[in-house]
Design a protein around this ligand. Structure first.
Ligand code: NAD
Length: 349
């Protein structure tokens, strides 16, 4: 039996789609938008200028993993300015901040993604308090509208594009063996992986190629949809642990761990592996994702991302103390070996 439900934002996709921002804000019925960004303010000033009188202000303090203090400051600013919507221009960190505002205020969010994180398509939020990151799902945080304009991603360096794209592929890959996934999710996942696997090498060679950027952003849209719709497994648990407890960078960690998480699950999820490999155009899923990331110049070893070798035991312990869905049962010794392989950056055979 299959049950299927998909909650999706309204999506405006394509080159030049940012020109429709004003119309989209009007459709939300909003008159005072608070624009959110990281301190680099990439594209935020442009978005604010396009909003003209409908821009209440810019809050440019978005940071990785949404520190609770930043979320509180942004909520206060939204209240002070009488904002009636949040416009997030940026990657997962900026969109995460908009979600933190929406969680308490129910302010509608319009997201303008500039990375491939896929957060704009999910009802998942994260908040970090006293060094602990907690995540949850809440329908209120799902953006109401998403504007995907590939022109905004040309400034994403090939290095950032590579890890961000591998992060998206990881979401779709785990979606393919998720317990609660149905045939439509599998179609989205396979198409999403294929689009990124085709687009990323072109982005690497020609960062300003809008067609390749468009392909990658399309892939990110699909992979993010899968992430938002089904339950993730071991790979996401490991990355969450490594990011939360060892402060490793998000997309880079996904990139280094994915080949080994897939190798761990390969015999327990043969159909998913076949579909991942087909989408990559590779003989095998684990080595296929490794080769793609490696070709894009990504760091493949956790030790190069700041993971201390003496933390691997603790990481294995943290990833196996609580039960969660995964095709292969959680085996402590095998997971410790998986982490060792990822730490050394070995190519899975
Ligand atoms: P990010 O948003 O932290 O951005 C990384 C860096 O890239 C920042 O310095 C940012 O200013 C810069 N940047 C963004 N777009 C750029 C562009 N077009 N050109 C140049 N620089 C640009 O990174 P991310 O990987 O997008 O997001 C990571 C965060 O998102 C993590 O905290 C993760 O937990 C969260 N996330 C959440 C979900 C979800 O569904 N809730 C999904 C994926 C990621």
């Amino acid at each position: 039996m299959t049950t299927f439900i998909l909650h999706s934002p309204r999506v405006v996709f394509g080159g030049g789609s940012l020109a429709h921002l004003e119309r989209e804000i009007e459709l939300l019925g909003a008159k005072r938008a608070l624009v959110l960004s990281t301190p680099q303010r990439r594209s935020a000033d442009d978005v604010a200028a396009r909003l003209g009188g409908r821009c209440a202000g810019i809050f440019d303090r978005a940071a990785m993993h949404v520190p609770i203090e930043t979320a509180r400051a942004a909520r206060d600013e939204a209240r002070r300015l009488g904002a009636d919507c949040a416009v997030a221009v940026g990657g997962g960190s900026t969109i995460g901040l908009a979600k933190a505002i929406a969680l308490e205020s129910a302010l509608p969010v319009l997201a303008i993604p500039t990375t491939y994180s896929g957060s704009e398509m999910t009802p998942i939020y994260g908040l970090t308090e006293a060094g602990l990151k907690r995540t949850g799902r809440d329908a209120r945080v799902l953006p109401r509208t998403v504007i995907y304009d590939p022109a905004l991603t040309t400034s994403l360096s090939p290095k950032l594009a590579a890890t961000s794209g591998m992060n998206a592929i990881a979401d779709a890959a785990e979606g393919l063996y998720a317990q609660d996934a149905g045939p439509i999710h599998a179609l989205l996942a396979e198409e999403g992986i294929g689009a990124l696997a085709a687009g990323l090498p072109h982005v690497f060679e020609a960062p300003l190629d809008l067609e390749a950027r468009s392909r990658c952003l399309y892939g990110a849209w699909l992979c993010g949809t899968v992430l938002g719709a089904v339950a993730m497994g071991l790979h996401h648990k490991l990355c969450h642990t490594l990011g939360g407890t060892f402060n490793l960078p998000h997309a880079e960690t996904h990139t280094a761990v994915l080949p080994h998480a897939l190798a761990y699950n390969r015999h327990a999820a043969p159909e998913a592996m076949r579909r991942i490999a087909a989408a990559l155009g590779a003989a095998e899923a684990p080595a296929g994702v490794y080769d793609l990331a490696n070709r894009l110049g990504a760091s493949m070893a956790l030790r190069d991302l700041g993971m201390p070798g003496n933390g691997l035991d603790r990481a294995a312990e943290l990833a196996t103390t609580q039960a969660y869905p995964n095709p292969r049962p959680l085996e402590r010794a095998a997971i410790r070996q998986l982490l060792q392989d990822a730490w050394e950056g070995r190519r899975p055979s």
